[in-house]
Design a binder for this molecule. Structure first.
Ligand SMILES: Nc1nc2c(c(=O)[nH]1)N[C@H]1C(S)=C(S)[C@@H](COP(=O)(O)OP(=O)(O)OC[C@H]3O[C@@H](n4cnc5c(=O)[nH]c(N)nc54)[C@H](O)[C@@H]3O)O[C@H]1N2
Ligand SMILES: Nc1nc2c(c(=O)[nH]1)N[C@H]1C(S)=C(S)[C@@H](COP(=O)(O)OP(=O)(O)OC[C@H]3O[C@@H](n4cnc5c(=O)[nH]c(N)nc54)[C@H](O)[C@@H]3O)O[C@H]1N2
Ligand code: SF4
Ligand SMILES: [Mo]
Length: 759
């Protein structure tokens, strides 16, 4: 790393630009590389990038460090003998590996039906254009109801509330933070996470700029987080009580005649129903439960509605809790009732250059709910997903109808979903398991076959998902930097190859199907840039390319900023993006309603039936006694982690132990736990031991342990993670039975625990 002495080699040094694929912020990077020697000399922020202006966080180095990690898997592996410390892994050729996996999966399907094969899709998929596009194809090829993903330990409540209110699970209202006067943040810590469903590099500078121009930032969080520490006001809240608090805010808005939806009223249904729902939730009623004083709630409602342009924003903490969907819904209810929805300085819908967030002709049908039910617990599938928390029981407790094979793709559910111990044991009972992954980790060590994909520097990429979550519209293409090793396969190629083998067709046929699907969906839409363009023109222009780059080329030219396949046109095209080494700034977000709504009649559904019914559960919780539930456990993110998967990189994992229990000194005294001493933390699901750190940044009654640790399982290939940051798996404490019923999302924030000193 860094500058080295001048040698002949320097003549081969080149500077290449890419966006960082680790988190949503997608910062612009400059990498200094030697392509021939496949070396990265340095990674730094790109000052000329209009999005990130030189900003990067310490994780930027991961892009290079993962590429060179000698423990990363580079060729398919097959396990010989049982999983565990003594497991042996044999390298296989791609041909052999794909044949074997295809054969075993077909066998399971023939004997037990489609649903006998499950799949779990993890987070890095969202950071990889090819993976995203072809996962859909892959799911169709599997045609199984047993679909699980990281969403149900993350943002799925927001997907559900957006689906019910706006007709699309992936149309997210995004904070227009650079033009706002008031920013209310619940359950998010963007200073550390760098923003989630709010893509914007350098949150620290942006929040500072907000305050410099007189805007106010209020953070509601059971921990005085890094973000709370730089806010104007921080309110402690009891975990799991955001829906109570927000409904009390709504109560005050009605009571004090602060309802001002403005033009939104013309296309919003259900305002009166929401008023009625809020009646029983006065601040006085909610205060003892939530721990937020009634007067604070009233003041917050007044300040929020008095601000010229305000944002109510909730994220991880408001989703992964008992009332996750209600809280996610109420965040938008507050924005809508105060007229801060779809207007500058409030929240708005970004416009992706690839066209997936354009208005559609046909309204969406009702959200599929319970089209399938899990076999063990009868849990409903919701918009096609089953709760990740149900994976273990679908294997170990579903009798003849059990899940017999599993495909994990870029995920580590043993560490990231509830009750990792049970899941791990259940994985051992599968007839067959295959993992598309680049590490032999706590989950993939249970697989029969591991299929490693290329990593980011070995393939091109496009910031596809994050164009729909960005605080400014943008387009960003990242070129491939290094040639992959001979025969290496890209993530999308593995998915197509498997899909092809499952269905007895060739990979080319499937790839062409994908392409034809995109042609039909994106090209020639009335009013679009490609209206009237012949498909023969499009085909000729796209040439003989294959795979995701062809799809991207098509989507960009057909998209809302596209050149419409007219060579002389001045719009966006892949060829033009290739010429721009940075992100292309497409301007600030703009109002897009009601045209964009995908509900029948293009109306905002402020009081969807499923949600109205769930408010009863919230009402019932008001009469439960506050307190008496012992300590409540929440998580926390740390700058040098990304969920479970960067701990094998010395650059990021070195330093002091980070997997600690944060506990308020008063609670520690009561529990007899010392600063620096080991504490045993027990819940209804399990127990772990971690070092305690006393801190008044924790609300009394609430403790915190970060997730993604627990690199202690035998038989992984993560020697540095084990040595530097083994930690303990906090998801041993997450009970797989506790879900937000409207979304099937796990309760990870607000788990009842007992804390005791060890020994
Ligand atoms: N208690 C608790 N649990 C949580 C959370 C929490 O805050 N608290 N957070 C939740 C959230 S928000 C999320 S998103 C989930 C994440 O949950 P997961 O997605 O299950 O977990 P990750 O740790 O992100 O695992 C990423 C996996 O992808 C692999 N990988 C990385 N890059 C590539 C690549 O380029 N190709 C391929 N094929 N594989 C790759 C890694 O080796 C790793 O196995 O965890 C959730 N779990
Ligand atoms: N450095 C780093 N950055 C990351 C990640 C990472 O692992 N490391 N992961 C990425 C991923 S996958 C995601 S999804 C995003 C998530 O990004 P964020 O949504 O910003 O999530 P967190 O940083 O976990 O912040 C959640 C906050 O909610 C608080 N909280 C917990 N329970 C409650 C509650 O019941 N109510 C309220 N009001 N607050 C509560 C916690 O104390 C915490 O401060 O971060 C992304 N960025
Ligand atoms: S904030 Fe850090 S991890 Fe996220 S994109 Fe920027 S450099 Fe990468
Ligand atoms: Mo996430």
């Amino acid at each position: 790393m860094g500058e080295t002495r001048t040698t002949e080699r320097d003549t081969r040094r080149e500077r290449v630009h890419r966006s960082c694929p680790i988190c949503e912020a997608s910062c612009g990077l400059i990498l200094e590389v030697d392509r021939a020697a496949k070396r990265v000399f340095s990674v730094r922020g790109d000052e000329a990038d209009p999005r990130s202006r030189g900003y990067v966080c310490p994780k930027a180095v991961a892009t290079a460090a993962v590429y060179r990690d000698s423990e990363r898997i580079r060729r398919p592996l097959r396990r010989v003998g049982p999983a565990g410390a003594d497991a042996r892994w044999q390298e296989m050729s791609w041909q052999e590996a794909l044949e074997l996996v295809g054969h075993r999966l077909r066998e399971v399907r023939a004997a037990h039906g489609n649903d006998a094969i499950g799949s779990y899709i993890g987070n890095p998929t969202g950071h990889n254009f090819g993976a995203m596009m072809y996962t859909e194809l892959f799911m169709k090829a599997l045609a199984s109801n047993r679909f699980f993903s990281g969403a149900t330990v993350d943002q799925f409540p927001k997907n559900v509330s957006c689906r019910l209110m706006f007709g699309d699970a992936w149309l997210f209202p995004i904070p227009d933070i650079d033009r706002s006067d008031f920013f209310l943040i619940l359950g998010a810590n963007p200073l550390v996470s760098n923003g989630s469903i709010m893509s914007a590099p350098n949150m620290k500078a942006r929040l500072r700029q907000m305050r410099e121009r007189g805007a106010r930032v209020v953070v509601v969080d059971p921990r005085r987080s890094e973000t709370a520490a730089v806010a104007d006001r921080h309110l402690f809240i009891r975990p799991g009580c955001d829906a109570h608090l927000l409904l009390a805010l709504v109560h005050v808005l009605f009571e004090e005649h602060r309802i001002a939806p403005g033009r939104l009223a013309e296309f919003t249904d259900g305002i009166e129903t929401v008023r009625e729902l809020s009646l029983g939730f006065s601040p006085e009623r909610v205060a003892p439960i939530s721990g937020v004083a009634a007067e604070e709630i009233r003041q917050l409602a007044r300040d929020f509605s008095a601000a010229e342009r305000a944002i109510c924003y909730g994220r991880f903490g408001t989703c992964t809790q008992e009332f996750g969907t209600l809280a996610s819904w109420l965040v938008d209810v507050v924005n809508i009732l105060t007229g801060n929805f779809d207007r500058p300085g409030g929240v708005m819908f970004p416009r992706a250059a690839t066209g997936q967030s354009e208005p559609v002709d046909e309204p969406a049908a009702a959200m599929p709910f319970a089209e399938y039910r899990s076999q063990a617990r009868g849990l409903p599938s919701i918009d096609g997903q089953l709760p990740a928390a149900a994976m273990a029981e679908e294997i170990d407790s579903a009798g003849e109808q059990r899940m017999r094979a599993l495909i994990t793709v870029a995920g580590n559910p043993v560490l990231t979903t509830p009750n990792g111990r049970r899941l791990c044991e259940a994985l051992g009972q599968l007839d067959f398991m295959v993992s598309v992954d680049i590490y032999l980790n706590e989950t993939t060590r249970m697989a029969d076959v591991i299929l490693p994909s290329t990593v980011q520097l070995e393939h091109d990429n496009y910031d596809f998902l994050f164009a729909t979550t960005s605080v400014r519209n943008m387009a960003r293409y990242s070129p491939q930097v290094f040639e992959p090793e001979p025969e290496a396969k890209h993530h999308w190629e593995i998915l197509v190859e498997l899909a092809a083998r499952m269905n007895g067709v060739s990979a080319e046929v499937l790839d062409d199907l994908m392409f034809e699907g995109c042609l039909a969906r994106f090209v020639g839409r009335p009013g679009s840039t490609s209206e009237g363009v012949g498909l023969d023109v499009v085909r000729a222009r796209l040439g003989a390319q294959r795979g995701p780059t062809r799809l991207l080329d098509l989507m960009l030219s057909a998209g809302p900023y596209g050149d419409g396949f007219r060579d002389a046109g001045d719009g966006v095209s892949l060829a033009k993006l290739r010429e721009i080494p940075h992100a292309l700034d497409l301007g600030p977000l703009e109002p897009r309603l009601p045209e964009l709504l995908r509900t029948p009649g293009r109306r905002i559904e402020l009081a969807p039936d499923l949600i109205v019914a769930d408010v009863e559960r919230l009402r019932a919780s008001l009469v439960e006694s506050a307190g008496g539930r012992g300590l409540l456990l929440i998580g926390r993110r740390q700058q040098r982690n990304m969920n479970s998967w960067l701990h094998n990189l010395t650059e990021l994992a070195k330093g002091r132990n980070r997997c600690k229990l944060l506990i308020n000194p008063e609670d520690a005294r009561r529990a007899g736990v010392r600063h620096g001493g080991m504490a045993s933390v027990r819940s209804s699901a399990g127990a772990i031991e971690v070092e305690a750190e006393l801190s008044d940044e924790m609300m009394p009654g609430v403790v915190s342990i970060p997730h993604g640790y627990g690199h202690t399982e035998p038989g992984t290939r993560l020697s540095r993670a084990r040595e530097l940051q083994a930690g303990a798996n906090v998801n041993q404490l997450a009970d797989e039975r506790l879900l937000d019923p409207l979304s099937g999302t796990s309760v990870l924030s607000g788990i009842s625990v007992d804390v005791k000193p060890v020994g």
